[in-house]
Unconditional design. Structure first.
Length: 189
């Protein structure tokens, strides 16, 4: 896994051995960032279920002002920290080694994010728990773009009831990216 573009372009990132994390492939990461790159400069980025930090580091490399990485696996978080140092982006990264729900609660009132990316373990309903929390959270404002990486068959029919609308969906072989905003916003991706 490598950084695709920006200040850390072509640098190889460490990943955790085994199946504890699923690093987003370079091709999928490039597609994702091509969709959101116009708004990344000087943005606040939240990387939930960060794994080795590849998505948040890509955002920083492409000009995000700050990225917060949330990962409860301490070995994975050590990987994130090593990757931040290696890419010389550690001054722009904040790491929280804790459960995502605890981290969201802790960040409440402290930060507001332009982009929130989450790639939780598949088929555990964690996307819904996070979206239920974010529906009432001050971490999200009307222009926040929430990007959810999930298994292809994951149902998101509940989003409208939570006050969100899907602005774009990109489906791959086995998974998909959903781009979500507060309902009532026009498509910006």
């Amino acid at each position: 896994m490598r950084v695709i573009a920006g200040s850390a372009k072509r640098l190889q990132l460490k990943t955790l051995e085994g199946m504890d994390t699923r690093p987003t492939t370079d091709r999928i990461k490039e597609t994702l960032f091509n969709m959101i790159s116009p708004g990344l400069f000087d943005s606040m980025f939240l990387d939930l279920f960060a794994g080795s930090g590849g998505i948040g580091i890509e955002a920083l490399s492409r000009g995000a002002k700050e990225a917060v990485f949330v990962e409860q696996n301490s070995k994975a978080m050590a990987c994130v920290r090593d990757n931040l140092k290696y890419t010389k982006l550690d001054r722009k990264g904040i790491t929280l080694t804790k459960d995502v729900m605890t981290a969201l609660y802790q960040l409440e009132g402290e930060k507001v994010f332009d982009y929130i990316f989450m790639d939780p373990p598949y088929h555990m309903g964690l996307e819904r728990r996070v979206m239920e929390y974010l529906s009432e959270s001050s971490l999200v404002y009307e222009d926040t773009v929430i990007i959810i990486e999930a298994a292809k068959e994951t149902d998101f029919s509940y989003l409208e009831d939570l006050g969100f609308s899907v602005i774009k969906e990109k489906v791959y072989k086995t998974n998909k990216h959903l781009f979500v905003e507060k309902a009532g916003k026009e498509e910006i991706c």
